[in-house]
Structures are given as C-alpha cells and as structure tokens.
Design a protein around this ligand. Structure first.
Ligand code: ZN
Length: 432
C-alpha cells in the first residue's frame, strides 16, 4: 500500500511538471540524469559500454533511454514505448487579437483531438519552446519556457444567450475556443504581448526571439479523488502515466542480459508522422547505433531484432458507468482491475495471441491482474504507436494501457491501483 501511494505521489508530481510535450521530455531527462544516464549526441560517435546507461533526445520533445545489455550485440532489445504529447491548443504566429474595449484574445490552433468544451473557464497558462538567435544560422538556440502563473481563460458564452446549450452545442475551433489574455490593453504601446512575456521570462531582447512553439495547459494540479482516494484526476494522463510507469520500471529493473529500452515519441495525437514521431526511423537508427557500438553488424542487428519484444503502452477506455452500452459486452476494462491488453481484429493494435500471451505471462509472474480491451463491433476505435512502429522495425509486441475515463478531456481519470500494477508488470518485463 505504501509503495502504491508513493507511485501515485510520484506520478502526480511528474504530471504537474510535464505540462506540455517539451516538459514531459525534460522531466524524464532530469530524472535520468539524476540516475546516472549519459546524454548521447546524434552528431558524435557513440561510445557505449555494456551495463552503461544512456539517453538521447529528439526535437526536445521525444526522449529515448537505454541500459546496454552485457550479452553481446545480438542479445536483443526489451522496449517499452509511449508518447509525450496530449491534445491541446497551440498559439499561432501573429496571435494577438484586440477586441472592443481593448480586450485581447489569442489566436490558437487545435492540436490533436481534445474534448473542446472541457477547456472552458479554466485557469490556463502557456508553455513550450522558444528559439533564439545564435552564432550558427543552421543551429539557433532552443530554450524551454513555462509561465507558472495562470495567464488565460476561455470564457464560455452565458446560458442566457444560448438556452439550448445543454441540448448539444456544436463548437467552432476558430470562434468559440480563443482564450482571453488581457483587459483594457488599448492604452498600452505594447502590441506584442507574447514577445514581451517571453523576453521578460527568459531575460532576452525581443529581437533575439526568432520563433516559438507555445501551447496552452491547465494550471490545475493533479489530485486524488474518491471515497478512499482510489482515483487520480489530472490533465495528460494519456499518455504521461505510461511514460512515468516505463521510466520508473527502467530505473527499478536490474537484469543486464538484454538491452532495456524506453522510447518516448512525440506527435502520437496527430498520427506520429514527424521526425520525432513513431512513424520516423528514429528508433531504428538508435537501436542500430547501439548494436554497432557494442561491436555488432547488420547480421547481429537482425538477430537482435528477431529476439526483441515491445510493449506499446498507451491508455485504454475504461467501462464508463453512465455508458456501459458503448463498450464490448465481454471485454471492457474496469479501473483498478489491472492493465488492459488491447486487441483489434482489423489490426489497429499490434497485439496478437502470441504477444498477448507474453504480456499475460509477465503479469502473472508479477502477481498483477490483467484485462482485455476490445472495441464494441459497431464503434471504430483509435490506433496507437505499436503498428506504426512495426512499419519501421520488424518487431513482436503488444498494445496495452491503463483503463481511464474521459480520454482527451483536459482532465482524465485513472486508478491508483492500476498505476502500481503497471509499474510492477513493466519492471517484471525488463527483469524477466
Ligand atoms: Zn495516447
């Protein structure tokens, strides 16, 4: 119980720090460095020792860590993958829009598939990455930025202007969802609020700021709810709870035979099609370089891949007590009943009977219950990292995740017990 509480507390701290994709990767990076992981530069040659701990970042928003195995280059990889991004709003260039009376709102664009109306009337802030002028035009300076104080809100229209609001209310992303940042700003000479905010926060001149990737986030911290505190409610549980579980298991495990890998990709919510996404060759390139640095060649790499196994960890839909009819009649995960193995007859998930059996055996060895998620046959489900990665690397693997409610809401709900179960299952996977 004590360990379960500790895992929950650590997860909530992790979620509160990881407010957008860049900060998720950075929170993982800090933790890895505290635990003795060495950064690898993709532009340099890699010097890797068996038993050594290493990591590499990509675009500041994806991170890949591994502990090199000591059974030779063909011993294979145990991989857990997850994603750093969550649906949100991105700030557009030329974003300030001054409205009547000097009220300023920001022009934004939707990232991924958020449940739009959960973002109304919340204390929002901004975080992301700023690009500053550097010595080398091809390599400008990248700095992370996060305004910890609430800066914005998206006020909902009063019910008196739309009495039918509770009968279904279609929303326009361009009209209804723009956040307000300032009141009575017309007297100010400063027409570029965002540049001023960035320049003040980073202590740099405005003309040094070349560009930014800024997103909105909800400043409300994660917390436990329920009669016995059995739930965690927070933004970004999809998929940062799986990132946290993978990281914790990597640090807790100690089997040195195969290389243990954690792969945290960005841009899963938009289809993974970027250089830091799962559809890119980034993981294949990293694994090849590890193989080469350990003294291997193309032949040992192919043997290593053939021996490898991947857990593609992304959250699943828990049976909702108000909508049981939405789920499959016999395979619907309940929060608190263990990790959900995700299966789809049309192969949206990489799970098959072979890989489900592997994961089930891992759970049994860890003393962890498990359950299955299969779509209701009339409902088209989502997809995730597993199958996208198998188009890049010839891997066996399973899709699984914690069963959560309200996926893609600004706050999602998960079970405290499931998080502990999943850390135990992941640790057993790395150790078996
Ligand atoms: Zn996800």
């Amino acid at each position: 119980m004590q360990k379960t509480d500790n895992h929950a507390r650590d997860l909530m701290r992790f979620l509160d720090r990881s407010v957008v994709n860049f900060f998720a990767a950075d929170t993982v990076r800090r933790r890895l460095e505290e635990e003795g992981f060495t950064r690898l530069d993709p532009k340099e040659s890699w010097d890797i020792e068996p038993g050594g701990r290493y990591y590499m970042t990509k675009n500041d928003s994806a991170i890949f860590a591994f502990v090199a195995g000591d059974d030779g280059p063909d011993s294979g990889f145990k991989i857990i993958s997850a994603h750093s991004d969550s649906p949100c709003f991105r700030v557009k260039p030329h974003c300030e829009m001054v409205c009547e009376g000097g009220v300023v709102k920001l022009n934004t664009e939707v990232y991924g598939g958020p449940i739009l109306y959960t973002w109304f009337d919340r204390p929002l802030s901004l975080a992301g990455r700023v690009i500053l002028r550097g010595e080398d035009p091809l390599n400008p300076v990248s700095r992370l930025i996060r305004f910890d104080r609430p800066l914005l809100t998206i006020p909902h229209l009063a019910i008196h202007f739309n009495r039918a609001v509770n009968d279904g209310n279609p929303l326009s992303k361009q009209k209804d969802m723009l956040p307000v940042i300032a009141l009575d700003h017309s007297a100010s000479d400063d027409k570029n609020i965002i540049l001023t905010l960035i320049s003040d926060e980073l202590g740099v001149e405005k003309d040094e700021i070349l560009d930014y990737d800024l997103s909105l986030y909800d400043t409300t911290p994660a917390c436990r709810v329920g009669l016995h505190g059995e739930f965690i409610t927070s933004g970004r549980l999809d998929d940062l709870s799986m990132v946290h579980a993978a990281m914790t298991a990597l640090l807790d495990s100690d089997n040195m035979s195969m290389t243990r890998v954690m792969a945290i990709f960005d841009n899963e919510e938009t289809g993974s099609g970027t250089k830091q996404g799962a559809a890119s060759p980034v993981l294949d390139h990293i694994l090849r370089r590890v193989n080469t640095a350990l003294g291997g060649n193309e032949e040992t790499y192919m043997r290593a891949i053939a021996k490898s196994f991947m857990i593609s960890a992304d959250n699943a839909h828990a049976l909702h007590p108000n909508y049981p009819e939405k789920q499959d009649p016999t395979n619907h995960p309940i929060p608190g009943n263990g990790p959900a193995i995700k299966i789809n007859a049309n192969c949206k998930y990489m799970t098959d009977a072979d890989s489900a059996a592997v994961f089930r055996t891992i759970c049994e060895r860890a003393g962890v219950p498990y359950q299955y998620f299969v779509n209701h046959s009339d409902v088209a489900g989502g997809s995730t990292l597993g199958n996208i990665l198998t188009s890049q690397i010839d891997l066996r693997g399973v899709d699984m995740g914690a069963a959560i409610w309200a996926m893609h809401s600004v706050r999602e709900t998960a079970s405290v017990a499931d998080h502990d179960y999943i850390i135990r299952a992941f640790t057993e996977f790395y150790n078996c």
